[in-house]
Design a protein around this ligand. Structure first.
Ligand SMILES: Nc1ncnc2c1ncn2[C@@H]1O[C@H](COP(=O)(O)OP(=O)(O)OP(=O)(O)O)[C@@H](O)[C@H]1O
Length: 246
């Protein structure tokens, strides 16, 4: 693995029975970058992310996160990685603070260090005033911020975000994107940002991997990919790549 890579995916394949969800995919994410992982529904994004966390076992090829093998060293990966799943429900009756305490405890944290971390995260995400309100009263944008906060509780060096802006209104999306960008720039966290929203990728990512039906359609610098495909906008690029592939 190159010293500069935080995530390296090498000829990764994953089948569910007959269904080949990820088909011989190779790409690398550099340390400290905010990397776009693009693909429409069923492209194989979630499968790849869950494989990177060691939650699924590859059926071919492999991957490393900060040098740790996803099959043999998945516990080490979960210690250094934060994960925001695509769809998950927060416990409506818990407060934001109690929920973060609960997640922190799962990572073995407790006491004043954990309390300080929770308060800092809530402040960072503008949730200080509602820290003790029930999660059931939160908007979708606020809920997503709590999701991001829980993914950061263990001070991860790599953050895997599965469609963090899906289902948000324009303001929620704008705020969430700004937060993600700030995290990557200010905290030096490597972020794998998965989305099907082309304009979100265009707004915050310089490098991308584009999946389609489990296969890697394109990978690299977004500006170079646009130039090579005669595209000005991300949606022109996506259309050109999908058309060429089918
Ligand atoms: N547990 C499973 N069993 C069988 N097929 C699955 C399973 N999980 C995913 N798939 C299939 O694998 C393919 C890739 O799914 P995956 O969830 O990885 O894609 P995705 O890009 O994350 O899309 P989405 O945003 O819809 O989740 C899809 O065709 C999906 O139906």
């Amino acid at each position: 693995m190159s010293d500069n890579s935080a995530i390296e995916v090498l000829h990764l394949s994953k089948s569910y029975g007959e269904k080949l969800a990820v088909d011989d995919v190779t790409f690398a994410v550099r340390r400290g970058e905010l990397f776009g992982f693009m693909g429409h529904n069923g492209a194989g994004k979630t499968t790849t992310i869950r494989t990177l966390l060691g939650l699924l076992r590859p059926t071919g090829g492999g991957a490393r996160v900060l040098g740790h093998d996803v099959v043999t060293e998945s516990l080490a990966i979960r210690r250094v990685a934060g994960y925001l799943p695509g769809e998950y429900a927060l416990p409506k009756d818990m407060s934001a603070r109690d929920f973060l305490r609960y997640i922190g405890a799962m990572f073995g944290h407790s006491g004043s260090a954990l309390e300080k971390r929770i308060t800092a995260l809530l402040e960072q995400f503008d949730l200080g005033d509602v820290a003790d309100s029930r999660l059931g009263t939160f908007s979708s944008g606020m809920t997503q911020k709590v999701g991001l906060a829980q993914a950061l509780i263990n001070e991860p060096r790599v953050l895997l975000l599965d469609e963090p802006t899906a289902g948000l209104d324009p303001i929620g999306r704008h705020d969430t994107l700004a937060l993600i960008r700030r995290l990557a720039i200010e905290s030096g966290v490597t972020v794998l940002f998965s989305t099907h929203i082309l304009s979100d990728i265009e707004r915050v990512c310089e490098r991308v991997a584009i999946l389609h039906h489990g296969r890697l359609l394109a990978y690299g610098d977004l500006a170079d990919l646009k130039r090579a495909n005669g595209a000005h906008q991300m949606d022109d690029l996506y259309l050109a790549l999908v058309t060429a592939a089918t």
